[in-house]
Design a protein around this ligand. Structure first.
Ligand code: LLP
Length: 417
């Protein structure tokens, strides 16, 4: 299934015309396909069905309550990286006993909140964090279940900002140090060892780095399992890549499962996965309207009403997002697609063959459902866009557009003496 297709020459989100959505809700506008969110979730669930894994949606990819709730209804858990994400996941209906909490800098306040919620487990990233978790658990008289994140030192062949499983990254504990870290965890009060975690980075476009990482980690898991009978989970992380360009394909969960299942079966632990982008990336688009066409001395600029503050991936990672016209056309123009923000980095496409559009027409920035709205900011005092979810022929507003009042809420001008 696809969330966004042309019907009668107009781009539709499921059965709803993008023209209608732009008119009803304004632009820039994030639009999500509920059907596609569920489709992607089910692809992973079915691929790994034999071992019945817990699929923890990495909510950092998209924290919309409507999106999280869609996965909660499918039986998903959540992978969170802050107290705020834990709060959102709980509020959107994810049971605490399906939530794992990662991140290298958890505060005592966040840790205590998570212990009180009785989450499934902490993904521990350092020995120092183990000490803090133990102190927090002791202070509030609770137990913290922990997975230690090991760093398998494989190259996921992705952007340097989103590779996390190599030695030089700040994440996890080196594989050689892992056994010592578990010994420490076993000695600390208030801490129960429940699993082992790895995540290699994202987006990963081939199954090889996963196979390699699991091969490296498996002997350590066997050793730990023998030493700690409470060890029952193996979290293999997220990072499954998706189709951003026409010539790409999603990393196929069925192929991934086929490659990993023999080892996973043999290890005999409950398997957790933490996909974010795979579940939401191609379930979302950013709809934007052309403000002006501007002929520069060297190139044409198509100036949109969306900007880098709404979707920062092109500026931050030089990420490629496909641009589609809402009214189908095969005519093209070559130029830059840019926003109104006062930065040269404010672009969605550079020197690209774009749909030939006029001022007032609509374009869709594709694959914007992961790391889109969540990374939006108010830079240049632009309110963040609205978000809409479509299911079949019905569209619902799930996040209203920010107003100028929202921008200044919380500010005070001190009355100096
Ligand atoms: N688990 C852990 C421990 C992670 O650090 C991440 C992503 C995920 C799961 C989910 O990865 P995914 O399945 O979504 O690829 N802002 C960047 C991506 C940063 C990813 C950070 N960690 C981007 O726009 O590409």
């Amino acid at each position: 299934m696809e969330g966004f297709t042309y019907r009668g020459g107009t781009l539709h989100a499921e059965e709803v015309s993008a023209v209608e959505l732009a008119e009803r809700y304004g632009t820039p506008l994030y639009v999500y396909s509920r059907g596609y969110l569920r489709h992607q979730f089910r692809r992973i669930r079915e691929a790994f069905a034999e071992i019945d894994p817990l699929i923890c949606f990495a909510v950092k990819a998209n924290t919309s309550a409507a999106v999280i709730h869609t996965f909660a209804a499918e039986g998903a858990g959540a992978d969170v990286v802050s107290g705020g994400e834990l709060y959102r996941a709980r509020r959107a209906g994810i049971p605490a006993n399906r939530i794992v909490f990662a991140g290298v800098g958890k505060t005592a306040e966040e840790i205590e909140y998570a212990i009180q919620e009785e989450i499934l487990g902490f993904t521990v990233e350092s020995e120092a964090e183990l000490h803090r978790i133990s102190e927090c658990a002791t202070r509030i008289g609770g137990t913290a279940r922990v997975d230690i994140r090991v760093n398998p030192d494989v190259d996921p062949k992705t952007h340097k900002y989103t590779s996390t499983g190599k030695k030089e990254n700040k994440f996890g504990v080196d594989l050689e140090r892992a056994v010592k870290a578990y010994e420490l965890a076993a000695r600390l009060p208030g801490v129960e060892i429940v699993g082992l975690h790895m995540h290699i980075g994202s987006p990963v476009m081939s199954i090889d780095p996963y196979v390699e990482a699991l091969e490296r980690v498996a002997p350590v898991v066997r050793e730990l399992k023998a030493a700690y009978p409470t060890l029952r989970h193996l979290d293999i992380g997220g990072g499954l890549g998706i189709r951003y360009r026409d010539e790409q394909e999603d990393l196929d969960p069925a192929r991934l499962a086929e490659a990993l299942l023999p080892t996973l079966r043999d290890l005999g632990l409950k398997v957790l996965l933490e996909p974010g982008r795979f579940l939401t990336g191609n379930a979302g688009i950013l709809l934007t309207r052309v403000q002006y066409l501007k002929e520069g001395p060297e190139k044409t600029f198509v100036i949109m009403d969306a900007a880098m503050n709404d979707l920062i991936r092109p500026a931050l990672y030089e990420a490629y997002h496909k641009i589609l016209p809402v009214r189908e056309t095969s005519d093209t123009l070559t130029g830059d697609l840019v926003g109104p923000v006062c930065e040269s980095g404010d672009f969605f496409a550079q020197n690209r063959e774009l749909p030939a559009v006029q001022a007032g027409e609509l374009l869709a920035v594709m694959s914007a459902g992961a790391y889109g709205y969540v990374m939006a900011s108010n830079y240049n005092s632009r309110g963040r866009p609205a978000e809409v979810m479509v299911s079949g022929g019905t569209a619902k507003l799930v996040q209203r557009r920010e107003t100028w009042d929202n921008l200044v809420a919380g500010e005070t001008i001190p009355a100096w003496e």
